[in-house]
Design a protein around this ligand. Structure first.
Ligand SMILES: C[S@@+](CC[C@H](N)C(=O)[O-])C[C@H]1O[C@@H](n2cnc3c(N)ncnc32)[C@H](O)[C@@H]1O
Length: 451
């Protein structure tokens, strides 16, 4: 039974590494649900897990440098213990060195052997005697960038081929920064100004988002967000500024019929219902019925009543079984998530060059199926939290080539402030972490021609 933060972090990270398809969120939900730790220990476990995943490339480079047998020959469990300890030594300033090293040695003895404890002790003490990062001299620029920003080398190479070394460096650094917490005001219950006054005393820094008229970004909340009264009262939803642009693109009228086909737990559905002023008909679909149950609870918290849910696999079933003729349809498609690495650092270690096009077929199938539900004259928005062309522009272009009754339209009826900074020449909305301070996102707005 896990008794402390470091053991919990170890259990989460080893389970995450062993399960190729598991996301960090799912592993954490499963494991933290079973343990009872106080808030401080839980916070430390969280910081260790996210910190190790965020800085893994750099930690591994150091471990490899000081391990005489090289990193490849270190047992996986021992490697995880070393990463957790080295992260504390290199990146956390309030942890005594002895606490980091001694607990790592004890864990190595428990999970491997007495001699592993000796190995861990020797390696960590070598790292302490050599606080400078090992030299990067002689490394190719892409390898150097991969190490210093803890990005997988294949991804660095992919980005360099597309945008050059300098821009890739900026993107890598921004992707490794800790993003602020951003929320969207629930305008069915309050205004951004009122919400700002409610949240200000409970956080360290707070500022309105520049482009989204409803967003607030803050750091260091005094209580976990889900325990805040303003959250319990349904005054906001947690949502990055980039994601807040999507319902603004759909811009459904109050009283209209709207379909959200990949609704998940309802980030965009909540916003769509707000824009609709809780009037008309919003249908939220997803292949995962359990997500739709969470969505229903989330909509109740927000005071949304104009919504129904329907489980549907868009690659197999036709969504028009619930009737077509929607004024607007949103496809927030499953994707690599490579645009949101700063929030989900696990993504960069679970996604490989060989699966760069893993989602493309599904994205195309879902978009084509969803398009059938759009009435003539109606709007279709395709969105992904990815900056990769094979999941964004290529999907839209292939769709438009086959569906000649659809064409691109300008992305916003009323463009948000500063929108020219993230609208591409083709009319796509594509904010980037290093240029716009938002998650990497992509969205295209199309219209079905009137017959
Ligand atoms: C990017 S997430 C959606 C996030 C959500 N719109 C939000 O704002 O919170 C993509 C969603 O697509 C769903 N999905 C994946 N494959 C699907 C399919 N074949 N049919 C319908 N939904 C699918 C996933 O379960 C996931 O919830």
């Amino acid at each position: 039974m896990t008794q402390d933060a470091r053991s919990l972090a170890f259990e989460i990270l080893t389970t995450f590494d062993k399960n190729a398809d598991a996301t960090l969120d799912s592993v954490m939900d499963r494991i933290t649900g079973k343990v009872e730790l106080d808030r401080r220990e839980m916070g430390l476990a969280n910081a260790l897990v996210y910190g190790v995943l965020r800085h893994r490339g750099q930690l591994d480079y150091t471990i490899d440098h000081f391990a005489s047998k090289g990193i490849a020959r270190i047992d996986k469990k021992i490697l995880t213990i070393l990463r957790i300890a080295l992260f504390q030594l290199r990146f956390m300033d309030r942890i005594p060195e002895s606490a980091a090293v001694n607990t790592a040695v004890e864990m190595a003895k428990v999970h491997a052997s007495e001699s592993s404890g000796g190995f861990v002790n020797a390696l960590l003490r070598t790292c302490l005697r050599n606080p400078e990062e090992p030299s990067l001299e002689g490394l190719a620029p892409e390898k150097k960038l991969a190490v210093t920003t803890s990005m997988p080398q294949w991804l660095v190479e992919k980005w360099i081929a597309r945008m050059g070394l300098e821009e890739t460096a900026a993107l890598c650094r921004a992707s490794n920064d800790i993003a602020p917490i951003t929320v969207r005001t629930n305008t069915l219950k309050t205004t951004r100004e009122e919400l700002s006054e409610r949240l200000a005393p409970q956080v360290e820094t707070l500022s309105p988002t520049p482009a989204s008229p409803l967003g607030l970004s803050f750091t260091s909340p005094k209580t976990p967000i889900f325990e805040m009264d303003a959250f319990k009262e349904g005054l906001f939803q947690v949502q990055d500024e980039a994601a807040q642009l999507i319902a603004l693109m759909v811009n459904p009228k109050p009283g209209s019929r709207v379909l959200d086909v990949c609704a998940g737990v309802g980030g965009k559905s909540g916003h769509l219902a707000q824009v609709m002023e809780n009037q008309g008909e919003l249908v939220s679909m997803d292949v995962e019925a359990y997500k739709l149950k969470s969505l229903a609870r989330e909509m109740a918290r927000l005071g949304i009543t104009n919504i129904t849910t329907h489980a549907c696999d868009l690659t197999r079933e036709s969504p028009d079984i619930i009737g077509g003729g929607f004024d607007a349809v949103l496809v927030d498609a499953p994707c690599s998530g490579l645009g949101v690495i700063r929030r989900n650092p696990d993504t960069k270690w679970k996604y490989f060059k060989r699966n760069a096009t893993r989602h493309t077929k599904k994205q195309k199938a879902i978009l084509s199926a969803a398009a059938r539900c759009v009435r003539p004259g109606g709007t279709l928005v395709y969105a992904v939290c990815s900056m990769e062309p094979e999941e964004n522009g290529a999907v839209v272009e292939a769709f438009l080539e086959k569906h000649t009754d659809f064409r691109m339209m300008k992305p916003f009826d009323a463009a948000p402030q500063g929108a020219e900074a993230f609208i591409t020449p083709k009319g796509y909305v594509a904010p980037l972490p290093h240029k716009n301070g938002m998650d990497g996102f992509f969205a295209a707005r199309m219209v079905r021609e009137e017959k």
